[in-house]
Design a protein around this ligand. Structure first.
Ligand SMILES: [Zn+2]
Length: 122
């Protein structure tokens, strides 16, 4: 990818900023987490998670939504592999639109176990 093209996509602007140490105002948030960012084989990563470009976040939400895990289940699944700035908020908005996930979220807590006394006579 040419240097000129790299400037055009938001994720590549972060690469450029990461390499040059010069962060534009739009990427100030990323400057704050710079010690956690790295470039590995053309991917931008934050610690061990891939930083997704905005164009892929909707797809990631749909993949994580398989099985209607609800808000916490989706967040847990996504946090194992990927990261983007508004991930938590996007999951919350996404789950609000799904009736199945709402059902999972509103399940009552299981009743506590109660032991039954053993019979004392035959
Ligand atoms: Zn759902």
């Amino acid at each position: 990818m040419s240097a000129k093209r790299q400037q055009k996509t938001p994720i590549c602007k972060k690469f450029y900023s990461l390499q040059s140490g010069r962060w534009q105002p739009a990427n100030r948030f990323f400057e704050a987490i710079e010690p956690e960012l790295a470039e590995i084989d053309g991917l931008l990563v934050r610690n061990s998670r891939i930083v997704l470009p905005k164009s892929l976040t909707e797809r990631a939400l749909h993949i994580a939504h398989d099985g209607h895990l609800g808000m916490s289940g989706m967040k847990k699944m996504l946090r194992t592999k990927v990261w983007w700035k508004s991930m938590d908020k996007d999951v919350e908005e996404f789950v609000k639109t799904c009736f199945g996930c709402q059902l999972v979220a509103n399940l009552p807590a299981p009743l506590p176990l109660v032991s039954t006394p053993l019979p004392t006579t035959a």
